[in-house]
Write a protein that binds this ligand. Sequence first.
Ligand code: GLC
Length: 418
Amino acid sequence: MMKIIFKIFVIMALIFGGCSKPKEAKPEIKEKVKLTYAVSPGVAEREIVEKFNETHPDIEVELVGFTGDTGEKHDRYVTMLSMKSSEYDVLDCDVVWVAEFASAGYVMPLDEYIERDSFDLQNYLEATRKSVTYDNKIWGIPRFTDLGLLYYRKDIVEKPPKTWNELTEQAKKYMGGNGTQYGFVFQARPYEGMVANILEYIRAYGGQVIDEKGNVVINSPQAAKGLKKFAEIVNSDYVPKDIKIYREGESEYSFLSGKSVFLRSWPYIWAVKDNYRIRENVGIAPLPKGDAMAASTLGGWVAMVNRNTKHPDEAWEFVKFLAGPQGQKIQAISWGLLPAYAPLYRDLDVLKANPYFENPDFLKAINTTVPRPVSPFYLQISDIIQLEVSKLIEGEQSVEEALEQMEKQIKEAVKDIK
Ligand code: GLC
């Protein structure tokens, strides 16, 4: 009986199976992975994302605009990352946040990906490689590097100053020439940009905040000279009365709209100057020397991956493009950003857009940049400097008092890592 039932079943299966239409081979529709990239979007970032999306049909990156100065961005990131949010996959981060974000577990180490894809990190400028290394791991890919530079009006200044003393003399002498109102503008508002400026003066006169061994050495006669110079300039009559609220934006506008003879800022000015009337008259030079050396603060931004991203592989694909040679070439040409990827300094298209990259003085400056302390407590160190220097320039304390305070508080802030 069982045999008969089985035969009937087989026959039915053959009949019906034979009648059924062959399944149409449906093309497999793969859902695009959507990624978000948090950045202050400029022309370059939009262009990079567009190119990436075009060439990576399985991934779609969306730009999420983060505005404000670096401190404001930092605080917004920390609010989101400390809640383990996965809202943003790839993050544009200031170099000074790397140690903090790594030690807080906000971002992913990238070593495995770098190794798997033989990613060419060795060809990145050494200072930028160091800036993404913490606890022997790599936490981000340097997207571009930054350094403090001096811009001046070629139609007013005969020869750019070589020392801070010369700069102050020239600022007084030339102020008022060709419609200018001020001699010098820079960043003196209490935020990260002010710290970048102050460190240039401290270093130029031979001082340091933390030495190579991790000792807090800010309270020195050399640092005192640097701070005195900074305070003298802030309170001089050749800078705007409201210089204490100037960040990058205010100083850029003041200089490029023709109001100031000199400007201390970052390399991006070279590209944005083309939007202004005075573009032909903008000269660029390394920052002046103190009595020890010329020093430019090392800045820059790094692409990092949120530790809680749901798409780490795709996020890495985007980081590779964005902060790799392709992305860096786009942003060097359209936004004047300094490549962290060293071979681009020999790329003819990049040099055509930024002829000053070949200037020996500039190359010297780029190789003698001063990094800010790499520490998970960097933000605290920076806040201490901002507050104490503000009291100094407001006349509420002397240089000596400011240095004593900074020494005491910075030692307290970093005591757990020594
Ligand atoms: C620039 C630098 C960054 C620095 C910031 C200060 O964006 O690249 O490192 O912290 O300016 O405003």
